[in-house]
Design a protein around this ligand. Structure first.
Ligand code: ADP
Length: 607
């Protein structure tokens, strides 16, 4: 019996054919007659290089088993990697013969279990039998070790070949090269593996991965000259006489499937162990330890450990780096865009805030100036009117004093009657109340304060202003109020400011009639409504003002009075307009004098 593994590391072609014919014929002769009674048992074989070569390699097994176990008829089925897996899955086969790499995948996926490992003469031991040689032409002085192959063209049989690819990939990685990414190119030339040698020899590839000992076998068969090639990163292993670039891994094996009858499995194992070595030194031994194959797959994250590759970030990053790059660039672009927009918004907001702050500050300053001016104006009116204030206060005080003295005199003369005390007390209280009222109004009016608006009865505001005016001026012209408003006529106003406007207008009217005959000393205040507006007018019978001067009435600092400030009317206009109204002056149509009118928005329910 002879073993010929794929790639032809063993005997020559002619011997192979003869042996195949011999064993196949033997099998036909022996098994043909018995096949009817014998129970058929199918062995699935991984056949990389076609079923004929595989049949030649493994037919000794069926021949021996048929002989050793006459109750069974063993046959071979030839499959590629996927086909053998499907056959196991469908329970088409009871045993599988495959290499160590494929075995660990089948073991993990389908629970196949090894019963014997091949023992080959080239191997150091059943655990150290299969390795890879990375070969290049001997003339390539630039190539000595695996790391020299960065960026170079590599040839190999197939990406899932064990000794023909994966074993070498592990060594490339250890040398700091990731074949998939760091090589200039990888060409998978397919089986038989001699094609790899051919690609290197032709210069189509700078280097190639082959199963260790392939080159030596080809040289023995006269197919190549060993001197034309060299093995990169050679690794001498005692007892292993082929060029080698990698570690050594366990050899091919035979395994049972989950469905295999246990007794049959035991009988087959026993039969295989008792097969005498072939003339070439091949035999079956106890199952080897395939942990080193597991380690290789785990390190490469392939075969049963492919899931590790899927889940590691670096693996994903390596695999999808172009998508990640695009994603990263898109993300970076988005971030830059967002940051730019945020920055622009920030800058614009800051500008706006500065502008607003400046405007607010200007507004606040203006309001303060306004309040300051209004306050001064009020003080000025008071100042102008307070010339007569002493006289005003003098009156009630004199009256109080007179009543008090009269009481004292009556007391002294014994004429003090309860009626006299009551009369004097009542009058004293009334006069004191009058004086107190004058002082209270002045204090309230002269207070410095911020504007406060609320809903007020317009008639009350006017009455209060008129009362104050009449109370403070000793010879104030009589003021009549013609109120044509409804009882609940409301304005949303700062009462004190509106009073201030009225006092100004009344004071100006009083000034205008000063020195004129008594019949012109009359001021008429009118309250009326016009649509959504209330109108308040102050009419005097003074000399009026010629047109050119009348146009300047509301200008600040316009005055015709020797001691005037010319601020009163301009402040009045500001106050009225701040309330949403208007202030103007008309010459009286039916006689001398001026009429000042201002409007305020109506704020009662009927508005
Ligand atoms: P001031 O009273 O300090 O002069 P105003 O702004 O109150 O300041 O008045 C400005 C000017 O308008 C007065 O100087 C006066 O010439 C004129 N004026 C105001 N009211 C009347 C009025 N009722 N009749 C005539 N002239 C007036």
């Amino acid at each position: 019996m002879v073993f010929l593994l794929y790639g032809g590391i063993r005997p020559t072609l002619s011997r192979r054919i003869i042996l195949w014919l011999f064993t196949f014929g033997l099998a036909l002769c022996q098994g043909g007659a018995l096949a009817q009674e014998r129970q058929p048992v199918r062995i699935g074989v991984l056949a990389y290089s076609g079923s004929e070569a595989a049949l030649a390699d493994w037919s000794h097994v069926t021949a021996h088993l048929d002989k050793a176990l006459p109750a069974y008829h063993f046959s071979l089925g030839f499959y590629d990697v996927k086909g053998l897996e499907a056959a196991v899955d469908r329970q088409e086969v009871s045993f599988v013969i495959t290499n160590g790499g494929h075995y660990v995948s089948l073991e993990a996926e389908y629970g196949v279990s090894r019963i014997a490992t091949l023992e080959t003469p080239d191997a150091v031991s059943p655990e150290q039998a299969i390795g890879s040689a990375v070969i290049a032409r001997a003339a390539r002085h630039d190539l000595a070790v695996l790391a020299d192959l960065k960026g170079k063209r590599l040839a190999a049989v197939s990406p899932d070949a064990f000794g023909g690819y994966l074993v070498a990939v592990r060594e490339f990685r250890r040398a700091g090269i990731e074949p998939e990414y760091d090589m200039g190119s990888i060409e998978f030339v397919g089986f038989p593996m001699q094609r790899v040698v051919q690609a290197v020899a032709d210069g189509r590839a700078d280097a190639g991965i082959v199963r260790a000992c392939l080159l030596e076998t080809m040289a023995r068969n006269g197919l190549v000259d060993l001197a034309d090639f060299k093995v990169l990163s050679p690794r001498p292993v005692a007892g292993f006489n082929c060029g080698l670039s990698s570690e050594l891994y366990p050899d091919w094996l035979i395994a049972t499937t989950r469905a295999t009858d246990r007794r049959l499995a035991g009988a087959v194992a026993t039969a295989l162990l008792s097969v005498p070595p072939t003339p070439d030194g091949f035999s079956w031994g106890v199952p080897a330890d395939y942990r080193s194959v597991h380690e290789l797959y785990r390190e490469l994250k392939t075969g049963p450990y492919t899931y590790l590759r899927e889940t590691t970030l670096s693996g994903l990053a390596r695999r999808y780096w172009h998508f990640l790059l695009i994603g990263f660039l898109a993300f970076a672009g988005w971030v830059i865009h967002v940051v730019r927009v945020e920055y622009l918004v920030y800058v614009r907001t800051a500008e706006l805030r500065r502008a607003l702050t400046a405007r607010d500050e200007a507004e606040v300053r203006m309001r303060e100036h306004q309040e300051q001016a209004e306050h001064l104006s009020r003080l000025s009116i008071l100042g102008e009117m307070s010339g007569t204030l002493a006289h005003e206060l003098n009156q009630p005080l004199t009256t109080i004093s007179n009543y008090a003295q009269s009481l004292l005199r009556r007391q002294a003369s014994g004429r003090l009657t309860p009626e006299a005390v009551e009369e004097a007390g009542t009058s004293i209280a009334a006069q004191a109340e009058r004086a107190g009222g004058i002082l209270r109004r002045i204090r309230g009016f002269s207070r410095k304060r911020a504007a406060v608006r609320d809903r007020q009865l317009l008639a009350d505001i006017v009455q209060e202003a008129v009362a104050m005016f009449s109370g403070m001026l000793a010879h104030a012209p009589p003021v009549t109020v013609d109120n044509q408003l409804d009882a609940g006529a409301m304005v949303e106003a700062d009462a004190l400011q509106v009073e201030q406007v009225l006092l100004n207008l009344l004071k100006n009217a009083a000034d205008a009639v000063k020195g004129l005959p008594q019949e012109r000393h009359r001021i008429e205040v009118g309250l009326s409504r016009e649509g959504a507006w209330y109108r308040v007018s102050v009419r005097d019978r003074g000399p009026g003002l010629p047109e050119p001067q009348r146009a300047r009435l509301f200008e600040a600092f316009f005055t015709t009075k020797p001691d005037g400030m010319g601020l009163g009317l301009s402040i009045c206009k500001t106050i009225v307009e701040a309330h949403g109204g208007r202030l103007w002056a008309d010459a009286n149509a039916d006689g001398p004098g001026l009429t000042f009118t201002f409007t305020l928005p109506a704020h009662d329910t009927s508005a």
